[in-house]
Design a protein around this ligand. Structure first.
Ligand SMILES: [Zn+2]
Length: 441
């Protein structure tokens, strides 16, 4: 029960509320009140008559729900969207993406790529994203300036990039960034060792020790393909997940991205350690990497969140596409149409993402006391008519372009599809310049 506040900053009267927690709930005739960056009341609309609100949004044809959490990506790679398609993971990386990155990636590349990514994410319902890329300080700066919530996972590689020379420098620069952002309301920082095939066991050990000492998260690409697992078994005599476990890297603050090649023992290990899985269905399908056994993981109470991966492997950052893909691929993978329900797919893109980031006590569902990260989705169009069940429509029939309003930390960033404080023509001009620069080489 929430008491009725007298003065609030924002009052929203939506047609429906899908709070995500409790699962399956749909409220009609209810309103949501925000004060500062928090949800302070969810109450019957008739009880809001005496509330004084600075801003009122009456959205009778909209569903209001928690903002979507894109739990894995490389935002700056939006500048490589469509640069190389229709290739398997390793040739795609080694012959196309890594050479293009070596040639073009700079502070300016990351700044413009991240701005493009955030604009796309905001316009399709994402209010928080987890990122792994070089120049994470720039990604943090752009996110903060644009009012976007973000978990920065600073990269660690054995080899040099434009941002750092070796693993020690990646780590020291990343931890310095964490210190600088300690008090940020929007940005958190975790370790992002790229993958067991790009970071040596010695360096993974260093990450394990520091992550445990500082009590911070670790985000890593793992078991993306069967080839990766086989190669590790040949080289080290064990599966990558066992290596991580042996090094002390598998725990309730570990986010394992992809996880397509998983046996029952691997799943039992994830369940026992409390590690999280970040499922990227579109990227896995596009690169033909494999498919994550999501239904089996959920049955063992392993937390599974959803991510788009970078735009070069997707090719967009639209979480509505990802939710739908997760539900459909989950059914195909098990040959069971009841696997991965609409509600499960929606939970994966909201509360499970918050759980993976370790902040589900304050994010991921529309509940009193939680942070006001919310989106409104317009259901008035023919695409979502007739409307029998808003959760079904959100998962199977909606698109990110139906998101009309987006609040992050209580601030309205998207209003009637227009982005407040963003100069779109200027951004598109910058992107055109990159298109000429990268496309002409
Ligand atoms: Zn990735």
């Amino acid at each position: 029960m929430s008491s009725i506040p007298e003065f609030v900053d924002t009052l929203i009267h939506p047609g429906w509320i899908v709070p995500v927690v409790p699962e399956g709930d749909v409220l009609t005739g209810f309103s949501v009140a925000l004060v500062g960056n928090k949800i302070v009341a969810v109450l019957p609309t008739e009880e809001t008559t005496y509330i004084n609100a600075k801003k009122v949004h009456t959205l009778p044809e909209h569903v209001l729900l928690p903002g979507l959490i894109n739990a894995h990506g490389h935002a700056a790679m939006s500048l490589l969207r469509g640069y190389a398609d229709d290739l398997p993971l390793m040739p795609w990386l080694e012959q196309h993406i890594w050479p293009a990155e070596a040639k073009h990636v700079s502070e300016e590349f990351v700044r413009d790529g991240v701005e493009l990514a955030i604009v796309e994410m905001l316009r399709s319902g994402t209010t928080s994203f987890t990122d792994m890329y070089i120049y994470p300080d720039i990604t943090a700066e752009v996110s903060q300036a644009m009012g976007m919530r973000c978990q920065i996972t600073f990269p660690v590689f054995d080899f040099p990039t434009a941002w750092a020379r070796d693993a020690d420098e990646y780590i020291s620069k990343g931890l310095a960034l964490r210190d600088r952002l300690k008090h940020s309301e929007l940005i958190s920082v975790a370790f992002g060792p790229h993958a067991p095939y790009t970071v040596s066991q010695n360096n993974l050990s260093k990450v394990a020790t520091l992550a445990a000492q500082l009590d911070i998260g670790v985000h890593i690409h793992l078991h993306e393909t069967t080839g990766e697992v086989l190669q590790a078994v040949e080289q080290h005599g064990e599966r990558p997940i066992d290596t991580l476990h042996r090094l002390g890297l598998l725990g309730p603050k570990t986010q394992c991205v992809h996880m397509t090649d998983l046996g029952n023992q691997d799943i039992a290990l994830l369940a026992a350690t409390g590690a999280h899985v970040i499922h990227c269905p579109t990227s896995n399908m596009k690169l033909a990497s494999g498919s994550c056994p999501v239904a089996k993981l959920l049955a063992q109470d392993v937390n599974v969140a959803l991510g788009t991966d970078g735009a070069a492997a997707n090719n967009n950052l639209n979480m509505f596409g990802e939710i739908r893909a997760a539900a459909l691929l989950g059914k195909l993978h098990t040959q069971d149409a009841s696997a991965i329900s609409a509600q499960q797919a929606l939970s994966m893109s909201t509360i499970n993402g918050a759980r993976a980031q370790g902040i589900d006590d304050c994010l991921g569902s529309l509940e009193v006391g939680k942070l006001a990260d919310l989106i409104a989705v317009d259901m008035s169009g023919p695409e979502t008519a007739p409307l029998y069940n808003p959760i079904s429509q959100l998962v199977y029939a909606s698109n990110g372009s139906q998101v009309t309003h987006s609040w992050i930390n209580g601030k309205l960033l998207l209003e009637n599809r227009a982005l407040n404080n963003i100069d779109m023509p200027q951004l598109m001009q910058k992107i055109q310049k990159w298109q000429h620069r990268i496309g002409s080489q």
